[in-house]
Every structure is written in structure tokens, then in C-alpha cells.
Ligand binder design. Structure first.
Ligand code: NAP
Length: 293
């Protein structure tokens, strides 16, 4: 069993970007600029955004944090997005989800300039992804693809089972794995809460992507020998032994599943770090090429 180590791969991505930013700095050129919009005081969202900003700083990207109270109105958000869309210095716009109930997520996402949509959530980018055209791929599925690529995981002709069909993880990774690319060319089964016989389907899988948000859901009896298991889940579970008061749990029962696997990604230290690396890559792309066509 080999660990798909998000620490190693994300660091390799960041080292590469850092070198390229250094060249820009030496030539006194503008560096990539990511603007993050954060609403309210959700602990997990605060942590994610802080980490994204810290990672920008590490590699020399400029970042701007635009903060709003939980009570923000749709109009205020629209104005903020229009300002960032029109700001020539801003290359990428990140809108940290979830949004408060009074704000229509779809409406706001659709307002982000697709050329600055480094989250890859705008319908123009999701449409491009579906057609296998260049565009911005949502960071988590993109990060998974980078992980598979780095470890040269053979995917062609393999049966990949994705558990979870969200727009940000499950559905896009199912499409990416099905494309005629490398990694890709999988036969994909996309599962969700209404799927029947999930255990039987998982037992047929060469590759399992668990993205449902249920700690320890994927157990050893659901995984065939030598499968590749990618754990996307991040759930905060109360843990008095931790300073923070919680532990981060993945969707896979790692201790018992790992011995059956050829490769497995851990939580933490797996897909989460790759998500940030992929976001940085998208921002670099936005900087270099505003037109994604
Ligand atoms: P989500 O929007 O809540 O979607 C969960 C999906 O799992 C849904 O499609 C749901 O089915 C399915 N599901 C729920 N219970 C199931 C069950 N018992 N059997 C089969 N399918 C089931 O979640 P998400 O945003 O995709 O996130 C999933 C997990 O990944 C969460 O833990 C989240 O924190 C984590 N995450 C991690 C990263 C990262 O960077 N590592 C990034 C994003 C998300 P239905 O559609 O039928 O409801």
C-alpha cells in the first residue's frame, strides 16, 4: 500500500509556481492576484480562506480578502463581484461557499467573470469541463487529477466509483475520470444517497472516490483488494484531546481500508492540500490567459 501524499504533491506544485513568480518579480512584473470573498464567521470557511491566503503569500501571489457580515445583502455582493470583475489587477475571484440563506448562490456564481472564475463553478466553465474543453476545473476534482497524475495511477479502462454527486466534487470528478484523457478513460459509476447496492458497486471498483461527508463511511468490506481509494471527506468531529476541540475525519475508515489498497489518500494530508494547490494553478492560469478558449 502506498500513500497518495497530498503534502508532497501540493509542495511540488507550489515550488513550481513559486519559481515562475520569482521570474516575474525579478522582471518587476505584476504577480498573480487572487481575491477571496468570505461571508460570516463559519469556522471551517474561515480556516479554508486563511489557508488559501497563506498559500498565496508562500509562493508570492498577491491576495485580497473581501469580508462581509452574515447579514450581507445580495445587492452588496453583486456590487463587490462587479468591482472585482472590473479590477484589472485581480486575476482570480474565489467565493467561499456556503453563502447565507438570503443570497441566491446560483445568481451570484453566474455573475463572476468566467475568465476569473478560478473555482470553476460558473456554468460556462462547468460546460467546458463537460465537453473536455479548456477552462477552469473546480479545485478539488482538479487536485484529485493532479494526485493521480503525480503517482502515475493507471486509470484507462478502470472502473471508478464516485460516491457523492455534488456540483463541486462528485459530479465534476466523475466527468473528468470519464474523459478521453490521462488520467481518465475510466468507466465511471456515480453513486448518491438513492443508490441501491452501494456495497456491491464499490466492490467492483478499481478506483473509489469517497465524497459524501460521512466520517468513516467507506469500510474495508466495501473495498476490493488493491483498489485505489481517494478520500475527499472533511468533517469536524468533536475531540476533547485536540486543542481545537475537534478532529478532522475523512469519509474512509482509513485504518481498516488502507491495508487492502494499492494506493490511498489520507485525511488530513491528502485531497485537502491538493485543492489549494489546484486553486493556485487555476489562478496562475487566469493570470497568464484571461481568455480560457
Ligand atoms: P454535499 O454537497 O453534501 O454532497 C454529498 C453527496 O453525497 C450527495 O450527492 C449525497 O447524495 C451523497 N451522499 C450522502 N449520503 C450518502 C450515502 N449514505 N450514500 C451515498 N451517497 C451519499 O457534499 P460535498 O460538498 O460534495 O462534500 C463532500 C465531502 O467532501 C464533505 O465532507 C466536504 O467537507 C468534503 N470536501 C472536501 C474538500 C477538500 O478540499 N478535501 C472540498 C470540498 C468538499 P444526494 O445527492 O442524493 O443527496
Amino acid at each position: 500500500m502506498e500513500i497518495l501524499d497530498g503534502r508532497v504533491v501540493s509542495q511540488a506544485v507550489k515550488d513550481d509556481l513559486k519559481k515562475q513568480v520569482l521570474l516575474l518579480q525579478q522582471q518587476n512584473k505584476k504577480v498573480p492576484h487572487l481575491a477571496a470573498i468570505l461571508i460570516g464567521n463559519n469556522g471551517a470557511s474561515e480556516t479554508y480562506v486563511a489557508s488559501k491566503i497563506k498559500n498565496c503569500a508562500e509562493i508570492g501571489f498577491k491576495s485580497t480578502l473581501v469580508r462581509f457580515e452574515e447579514s450581507v445583502s445580495e445587492v452588496e455582493l453583486i456590487q463587490a463581484i462587479e468591482k472585482l470583475n472590473n479590477d484589472k489587477d485581480v486575476d482570480g475571484i474565489l467565493l467561499q461557499l456556503p453563502l447565507p440563506a438570503q443570497v441566491r448562490e446560483e445568481k451570484i456564481i453566474n455573475l463572476i467573470d468566467p475568465a476569473k472564475d478560478v473555482d470553476g463553478f460558473h456554468p460556462q466553465n462547468t460546460g467546458r469541463l463537460m465537453q473536455g474543453l479548456p477552462g477552469y476545473i473546480p479545485a478539488t476534482p482538479y487536485g484529485i487529477m493532479l494526485l493521480l497524475e503525480y503517482y502515475k495511477i493507471e486509470t484507462a479502462g478502470k472502473h471508478a466509483v464516485v460516491i457523492g454527486r455534488s456540483n463541486i466534487v462528485g459530479r465534476p470528478i466523475s466527468i473528468l475520470l470519464s474523459l478521453n484523457t490521462n488520467p481518465g478513460n475510466c468507466t465511471v459509476t456515480l453513486c448518491h444517497s438513492r443508490t441501491k447496492n452501494l456495497k456491491d458497486i464499490c466492490l467492483q471498483a478499481d478506483i473509489i472516490v469517497a465524497a459524501l461527508g460521512k466520517p468513516g463511511f467507506l469500510t474495508a468490506d466495501m473495498v476490493k483488494e488493491n483498489a485505489v481509494v481517494i478520500d475527499v471527506g472533511i468533517t469536524r468531529v468533536a475531540d476533547a484531546s485536540k486543542k481545537s476541540g475537534f478532529a478532522i475525519m475523512g469519509d474512509v475508515d482509513f485504518t481498516n481500508v488502507a491495508p487492502r489498497c494499492s494506493f490511498i489518500s489520507p485525511v488530513p494530508g491528502g485531497v485537502g492540500l491538493m485543492t489549494i494547490a489546484a486553486l493556485l494553478k487555476n489562478t496562475w492560469k487566469a493570470y497568464g490567459k484571461k481568455d480560457t478558449s
